[in-house]
Design a protein around this ligand. Structure first.
Ligand code: ATP
Ligand code: MG
Length: 293
């Protein structure tokens, strides 16, 4: 990985949450790259191609799996980041799961249950568009959601969100120990940029379908959400499950940081194609002879 990129990623990667403050991270940061949308396209493509190569080996090797979690406020660009960053990846080797408000079957289980079913198999990349973190974000901001979760009342104490964070951190450590590389992205958009994007959704007809009036109402809780994100990152950032706080006011920059972060993680897995044993090599020679007669 280029030194410049590695250095840039360091600014956004949180591996130890102690002392983490969201206000040290600016949504409109562009890494001082002095690029515009067009200038960034070539860099993005290089990242996308690299991911495709690595993913082919990940799949062939069938040992590691990669879990990419995307969290953000509405209109921060999760969907478009996923669309662009994974555009070169073989669809057979990855899977996107989007998590909305849980249904009644899901509410009849512990909160990790529905997520667990979509964890990536070995050799695969799992992309979680929202995740178990919603349980300490939207649920924390709206106590009425917690009331509807069918928990025994005795277990719902003041410590519930700290306990959830503890459980999430423990679960991610377990996954890492099982061979899953866990990466968590918080696409950090500003309230002002979100406002601009909502207006676009209203004004441009082909974007109308994305607009939801309730998303506008949710803006009232902005600072509660930011606090909840900060607490989540503090409690769950770890070397084996880092958070990336990705500036999200410029979509082209968001994509570059995300692709570079995943490339870095894959590079760290030291992937290679499975080696052919002496026996397999012999079988290959025999098969070649049979085919060429
Ligand atoms: P997104 O908002 O992710 O772009 P969307 O607009 O297509 O997707 P929505 O119907 O808004 O889909 O579903 C996402 C909503 O579901 C978010 O507001 C999120 O807070 C909520 N959600 C996700 N997980 C949970 C959960 N565990 N409990 C309550 N609400 C949740
Ligand atoms: Mg939504």
């Amino acid at each position: 990985m280029e030194k410049q990129v590695e250095k840039l990623l360091e600014r956004y990667r949180i591996e130890d949450g102690k002392g983490f403050r969201l206000r040290d991270h600016k949504p409109d940061d562009d890494g001082g790259l002095d690029l515009d949308k067009n200038g960034s396209a070539e860099k993005l493509q290089r990242g996308v191609d690299y991911l495709a190569q690595q993913q082919d080996m990940l799949y062939a090797q069938d040992r590691w799996s990669v879990l990419c979690i995307f969290q953000a406020m509405d209109a921060a660009g999760k969907d478009s980041a996923i669309k662009h960053v994974f555009s070169g990846v073989n669809p057979q080797g990855c899977h996107v799961a989007s998590f909305k408000a849980p249904n009644s079957t899901e509410l009849d289980h512990d909160f990790l249950w529905r997520h667990q079913q979509w964890l990536p198999q070995r050799g695969q990349i799992g992309i979680h568009n929202r995740s178990w973190y919603e349980e300490v974000l939207v649920v924390r901001v709206h106590p009425s959601i917690l009331e509807k979760q069918k928990l025994p009342p005795k277990l719902v104490t003041k410590r519930i969100f700290d306990e959830r964070l503890e459980d999430i951190a423990a679960y991610e450590r377990y996954l890492a120990r099982q061979g899953t590389a866990v990466l968590k992205f918080f696409l950090h958009v500003s309230a002002e940029e979100q406002r601009r994007r909502f207006l676009k959704r209203i004004d441009e007809q082909e974007k109308n379908w994305k607009f939801s009036a309730s998303d506008v109402a949710e803006r009232e809780h902005w600072s509660d959400y930011m606090k909840a994100y900060e607490q989540a990152i503090r409690a769950t950032a770890a070397p084996h499950a880092p958070w990336y706080v990705v500036p999200a006011d410029r979509k082209w920059f968001t994509r570059l940081v995300v692709v570079a972060a995943i490339a870095r993680a894959l590079e760290g897995l030291n992937l290679h194609y499975p080696e052919v044993s002496a026996e397999q090599a012999k079988a290959l020679v025999q098969a070649r002879e049979a085919l060429t007669g």
